[in-house]
Design a protein around this ligand. Sequence first.
Ligand code: F6R
Length: 255
Amino acid sequence: MNYTVSNFVIYLEKDYDEMSKRASSIFLQYLNKKKNGVYGFATGTTPEGLYKELIQEYKLGNISFKNITSFNLDEYFPMDPSSEHSYHHYMMEHLFNHVDMDKNKINVPKGNITDYEKFCHDYDMKIKENGGIHLQILGIGTNGHIGFNEPDDVFSKGTAKIKLAESTIKDNSIHFGNSENIPREAISMGIKSIMMCENILIMASGKRKSDAIYNMIYGNIEPQNPGSVLQLHKNVTVVVDEDAASKIIDKTKRI
Ligand code: F6R
């Protein structure tokens, strides 16, 4: 089922698998319309199912990644791209190694550079030179972050090195064994970079995301609630499972 709540087109799906299938079919529509477009990818647990579906579609011959350019949202800092914990490694393992991506057109922020200010500036310029991002995939943190733009006093602008929130360190430490090993910083596309994407597809699954989804749709638009800025974007599709949507179901009574 899909619903429109203010500027958001919301697809409400039964569970994680259905959310992933829906996101995949939406991605497919965009990709088949713009086969040489620029696509923004996210990492984390949420899009893993989507990437599995996309690999399946590729194997069935329904989709090709050959002519696209990709930009990832973020990377831990410091982080070597060859580390199994890097988002570079994540993308290769979960998607790029399994499809016909041109490896020269893959862009993931680097977590092992010393001149990160120049790197961040160049990353934004490269997005611009490629004509901007046609479709950006997003997840959302339990604290409402998008990319690694954590709750703050101001909305961030372009790509930058940021400090991870304690709640994010806690949430993501499962991937590192314990919270001692997880980097405290990251390179992330900024809120302005995200708002400049032409289309956004944001996904969320599970009860732990229900507050973030509620706040994104109905919360005050403020930097302490980063996802809320999407209320100002014209083309946002939200794909959620019933658990992640549990608070908005109560609110609207319609869903
Ligand atoms: C990942 C990213 C983050 C995640 C968010 C949710 O590239 O930018 O905003 O989307 O932390 O993570 P998961 O999906 O692991 O719950």
